[in-house]
Design a protein around this ligand. Structure first.
Ligand code: FES
Length: 320
């Protein structure tokens, strides 16, 4: 039977199957708990059980002090929940996550259209990439490197999706020339602070320009898994690229009551585009905006949004 866990003080909740460690189950739910080795050695995943029953399901070498044990201290990577459990645990922000270098393998290169490939990578069985939705990584294969945004959710365990556009960059050319399945791609990261604010429950407007859709897709999936937004509306502006994963976006809208999307032609006049994005939002005082695209467009959108009462704390941008 699944156990139900609440994390304090953040208030996040998640379920865990029997023998799932607290850490595994939380990460699968997209909750970025603070941790280190994930194997019982570093002590960075120490949490305090406030109520409920936990049992040890993995060995650990890290010694918990007797005084801390008496106050309910456990290692989240070694303990499992048995019933309704409330724990006090830290949530990691972008600055808390160390840069990692991982030898990933190509699972597939998906030809989405003439201009975009979805590169699907897998981390080794015993290792997952720690990152937050919206962050980027450096990829290197055959002596060429390129920086790309992760398009998948941190809740997807070992799978990492990246969108590679056709351009003159050597890494892009390598991908479009063909990358064999199981090729090793060296991944270093994550980088960047374009991440979801976990303490907000306000409606979110996501705005993506071309392959700015990659970090936005990751953010949408993460927001869904954490249930952080009251509602979500995606505006996707296609300029030189098409709306290359329109089917995915449509399937989300079909499946979810609180997700809508609008596809726009990014070749229109910039002022008109800003107006189109904000047309249905006369008052943004209770909203957040996450926008990824070119600097000029973002500056115009920000100014217009602030003019509609958006708090500056609700504006999150990534210049691409
Ligand atoms: S993450 Fe290192 S001991 Fe749990």
């Amino acid at each position: 039977m699944a156990a139900h866990i609440t994390v304090m003080p953040s208030g996040h909740t998640f379920s865990a199957e029997e023998n799932d460690t607290l850490l595994e189950a939380a990460l699968r739910a997209g909750i970025p708990l603070s941790y280190g080795c994930s194997s019982g050695n570093c002590g960075e995943c120490l949490a305090r059980v406030l109520s409920g029953t936990v049992v040890r399901v993995r060995p650990h070498d890290y010694l918990i002090k007797e005084a801390d044990k008496n106050k309910g201290a456990v290692l989240m990577c070694a303990y499992s929940a048995m019933d309704e459990v409330v724990i006090q645990a830290g949530i990691a922000g972008a600055d808390d996550i160390p840069r990692q270098t991982i030898a990933t393998r190509v699972k597939a290169v998906e030809p989405i259209n003439e201009q975009v490939r979805a590169l699907h990578l897998m981390t080794p069985r015993s290792q997952r990439l720690r990152f937050l939705a919206g962050q980027s990584v450096l990829l290197e294969v055959g002596g060429v490197a390129g920086e790309y945004y992760i398009a998948s959710c941190p809740c997807e365990d070992r799978h990492i999706e990246l969108h590679i556009r056709r351009d003159s960059q050597p890494f892009s050319q390598q991908v479009f020339a063909g990358l064999a399945k199981e090729s090793v791609v060296q991944l270093t990261g994550p980088d960047g602070g374009f991440v979801i604010q976990l303490d907000s429950r306000r409606p979110i407007l996501f705005v993506a320009w071309d392959d700015g859709f990659a970090p936005i897709k990751s953010l949408i999936q993460h927001a869904m898994s954490l249930e952080v937004a009251e509602s979500m509306h995606l505006y996707w502006l296609a300029d030189t690229l098409a709306h290359y994963q329109e089917n995915y976006v449509r399937s989300l809208a079909d499946a979810l009551d609180d997700f809508e999307y609008t596809l726009l032609d990014g070749r229109a006049d910039p002022a008109q585009l800003v107006e189109q994005v904000l047309a249905a939002h006369p008052d943004l005082s209770h909203s957040d905006i996450y926008a990824a695209g070119p600097a000029g467009f973002l500056a115009s959108l920000r100014e217009a949004a602030l003019g509609r009462n958006l708090s500056i704390l609700g504006w999150h941008e990534e210049v691409m």
